[in-house]
Design a protein around this ligand. Structure first.
Ligand code: ZN
Length: 846
């Protein structure tokens, strides 16, 4: 039974657990539906907490077979949340045996089976589905695990003591526990640490996939070396295992010494993986590895502090990727993603602080705000204290908190102690939700440029009043001849309104504001088209140069949509010049050719008081792309030839950059050449990046039928490639027929809807086609909701996350609003709806 009204958990109500756990011994007997877990746990009173005469242990969907304290049988009181049992006044040993059934566990948290193998996912609260335990991150203990099973490979955390027996000497919370057993093959490797210790590395995959783990292994070794060089962090066990699993709710999980990955973020070969896949694999392997220090050695006191480990680890993986792949391109893609996901969240009904203050279901707070805005906050902190201050603070953090379950207060305190800076106002970035809007007005007189800034954050759910934030604003000045007359200076804004002056200028410059995206804000700046075009041509900050083109593109598209204007020539000539500039990296030029997304334009229109029409937005982007293709055809055609990369395929950043520019050229050229190049490329491509780029173009222009079939015949046995096949047909479908495309794909024999990757390929693909999703008759809304209703009883976590497709309902016209609300209300009314989905739908409806 479910509680009638789920109760929120609140940050303000934190109390320490009354006991410490000195040692955990687990014995698993893996036997399908009859799986047994025997636990022996040594508890002692926690000197930092009040004494308790009884103990509460979390437990969910467990069948208790026996329980003993100090060898004597006990009969605890069991509820849907766990058990309560009287305990002796001193230290004691708890022993229990439970039965669980991993074979019917479709929620994919706790212990479950995937394609015949056993595996676990315990973050955030999956361990309570394995055995009774204080399943909270501030309870840390050393674990010893024995796995009895006829599976040839049996893995857990720590070092292997003997076959199937593992010992993890590092105290850890239960969410970092992991177990894997199956018929797996390894791709082996080794690493010598900075102090000369040898570490055995293994990537475990299904038989036949071994060769596709090579790139992930290479990324792992580079991550280990980078963390030593840049942060002085060394690996601390004799072995590091990674396992690839097909059925996984998340991207990957940083369990101590045994990372578990969604197979799509491990397996790659040139024929089957795109450049984007390689890029993700590198970034996610690094991210999970970096957690060994930021997350595992120093963990979170409670789940409200999730950003402590995630914001910092995202920031670290961004630094790593930037070192590997080039800072400008990396920064632009980070910001594009931040705006697409986090700004959207922060401007809607799901807005919440980087550190939330209450939740019903913690799995609903693994959000772009916690992860990506959390990383942006650290980006700002580093800009404010400087590189040296940051390094000092991080050294102190590792020294002071190693082995702790820490808080955001602890984190900020090390910066205050290391740099002497008061961060009390800065800490609002953790507690205040919403994206600040920064407006600027510029005045020039007698050689002085004055910038008048104003910051404002709109109310968000539960936070009507907003306080001014500390905003680092990086500014440089460009003189009339295109040369930089003032280098980048970081202005520190901490009031609602504030002015800054630049003196001694001989002529009026054009300011380049918010360089390298120095703060996660919306910059509102009135600037004429000529000045924007000037920045697009001359800005020495690569981020802002790209941004000038992007803002100009947005303004032009807005005029096309709201006034029926023609594409502005300044934009077309400005972009042509940048794209033809051989001194710029190809990957950077490819980004320049991209236009603001349909979703981004919808928000921009909404913010400026318009009701966005998804079909009109789609049509305007199409028209602008036609105009770009017509204007730039000769340049694009020559670049298309120049950017051909020689065989054999290499995933390195330079080659990938050339392919991305070539792909961007192909997309535009296909508007002129009747898809001749795309057809030829589809036939000739020897790598997935180009094969898929060609297929996308063919589908988009309604010439994909034969190619779609050929691609299917070639790749039907490869599940990761088939995910791409499903998704591409949805994303590239014409908006008018997308719902029908989705419907027929969900009836396809290979549509295994219980597999999260496959489900997201088809249903998630709908979100990447906004004009199709928001079709005026509401057909796509209904179809989408039908599938969420079907998935919820099977996999609540994935269902809950996918409700965010509706989070922007308030932007649209009354008819669409009503249709979306109807679907949300239909979901809310489902008998037995999960708490996960119930909480999300309730918040979206407001
Ligand atoms: Zn993480």
């Amino acid at each position: 039974m479910k509680d009638a009204a789920p109760q929120p958990v609140r940050l303000s109500e934190y109390t320490p657990f009354p006991f410490v756990v000195e040692q955990v011994d687990l014995r698993f007997t893996l036997a399908g539906a009859e799986t047994r877990v025997h636990s022996k746990i040594r508890f002692a009173p926690n000197p930092a907490a009040e004494r308790a005469g009884e103990i509460f242990l979390h437990g969910k969907e467990l069948e208790l077979i026996s329980a003993r304290i100090d060898g004597a049988e006990v009969s605890p009181v069991i509820t849907a949340r766990g058990l309560t049992c009287p305990v002796p006044s001193g230290a004691f040993t708890w022993e229990a045996e439970v039965r669980i059934d991993p074979t019917t566990n479709t929620s994919l948290d706790g212990l479950y089976t995937s394609g015949g193998m056993y595996c676990t996912q315990c973050e955030a609260e999956g361990f309570r589905k394995i055995t009774f335990y204080p399943d909270r991150p501030d309870v840390m203990a050393p674990f010893r695990v024995q796995i009895d099973s006829d599976m040839p490979v049996r893995l857990s955390n720590g070092n292997m003591v003997e076959e199937g027996v593992w010992d993890d000497p590092w105290p850890k919370p239960a969410y970092l526990f992991a177990l894997v057993a199956g018929d797996l093959r390894n791709f082996p490797g080794e690493f010598k640490t900075m102090s000369g210790k040898d570490v055995e590395l293994n990537i475990w995959v299904r038989p036949g996939d071994e060769a596709r783990a090579e790139y992930a292994m290479d990324a792992l070794k580079r991550s280990m070396a980078w963390d030593e060089e840049v942060y002085g962090r060394e690996y601390d066990l004799q072995i590091f295992n990674i396992v690839a699993v097909d059925d996984f709710n998340m991207g990957a999980m940083e369990n101590k010494g045994l990372n578990i990955f969604n197979s799509k973020y491990v397996l790659a070969s040139p024929e089957t993986a795109t450049d984007t896949d390689y890029d993700f694999i590198e970034g996610i392997i690094a991210h999970e590895y970096f957690h060994n220090w930021t997350g595992n050695r120093i963990t979170c006191r409670d789940w409200f502090q999730l950003c402590l480990k995630e914001g910092l680890t995202v920031f670290r993986d961004q630094q790593f990727s930037s070192d590997m792949r080039g800072a400008a391109v990396k920064r632009i893609t980070e910001v594009m993603q931040l705006r697409a996901r986090q700004f959207r969240e922060d401007q809607g009904p799901l807005a919440h602080p980087v550190r939330p203050e209450e939740y019903i279901e913690i799995n609903n707070f693994y959000t772009a705000t916690v992860y990506e805005k959390g990383a942006e906050v650290i980006h700002m902190l580093k800009a404010l204290v400087g590189d040296e201050g940051y390094a000092k603070a991080l050294d102190l953090y590792f020294e002071r908190h190693d082995g702790d379950a820490a808080t955001i207060e602890d984190w900020l305190k090390v910066f205050e102690d290391a740099t002497g800076r008061d961060l009390s106002q800065f800490s609002r970035w953790y507690s205040q939700a919403g994206t600040p809007r920064l407006t600027v007005e510029e005045h020039f007189k007698d050689g002085t440029l004055t910038l008048d800034f104003k910051q404002e954050t709109k109310p968000t759910p539960g936070q009507a009043q907003k306080q001014p934030q500390v905003i680092p604003i990086a500014v440089g000045l460009i003189g009339p001849n295109g040369n930089e007359v003032a280098e980048t200076r970081v202005l520190e804004m901490n009031k609602s309104e504030q002015s800054f002056e630049f003196t001694g200028l001989s002529a009026m410059p054009v300011a380049s504001i918010l360089r390298n995206f120095s703060a996660p804000v919306v910059l509102d700046r009135k600037l004429d088209i000529a000045s924007r075009a000037f920045l697009l041509a001359h800005d020495t900050d690569p981020f802002n140069r790209w941004e000038a083109g992007r803002v100009l593109g947005k303004e032009v598209l807005t005029q096309m949509i709201t006034e029926g204007a023609a594409p502005a020539p300044d934009l077309l000539t400005g972009l042509s010049r940048v794209v033809a500039d051989d001194s710029l990296e190809p990957a950077y030029r490819a980004l320049m050719l991209g236009l603001p997304s349909e979703d981004d334009l919808a928000q921009t229109l909404f913010d400026s008081g318009h009701v966005p029409d998804p079909a009109a937005i789609h049509a305007a982007r199409d028209a602008l792309q036609d105009a770009m293709a017509a204007e730039m055809e000769p340049i694009l055609a020559s670049l298309y030839e120049q950017m051909e990369t020689p065989a054999p395929y290499s995933p390195d950043a330079e080659a990938a950059g050339k392919r991305s520019l070539r792909g961007a050229c192909l997309g535009l050229l296909s508007r002129r050449d009747g898809c001749a190049r795309a057809k030829a490329l589809f036939e000739a491509a020897d790598n997935m990046t180009e094969e898929l780029a060609a297929l996308a173009v063919l589908i988009r222009h309604g010439q994909g039928e034969a190619a779609v079939q050929a691609f299917y015949d070639k790749w039907r046995h490869d599940r990761l490639v088939m995910d791409k096949w499903f998704m591409l047909q949805v994303v590239q479908s014409s908006p008018e027929t997308m719902a029908e495309t989705v419907k027929s794909l969900t009836e396809h024999a290979d549509f295994d809807w219980k597999n999260p990757n496959r489900f997201r390929s088809v249903l998630g693909g709908m979100q990447a086609n906004p004009a199709g999703f928001h079709r005026a008759d509401g057909a796509a809304y209904r179809l989408y909701a039908d599938w969420l209703l079907k998935l919820d009883p099977v996999n609540p976590q994935t269902t809950a996350r996918m409700t965010t497709a509706f989070e922007t309902w308030a932007r649209y016209d009354a008819d669409r609003q009503q249709m979306m609300r109807e679907q949300l209300e239909r979901i809310a009314a489902l008998p037995g709806l999960s708490e996960n989905t119930g909480e999300m739908v309730g918040r979206i409806l407001g």
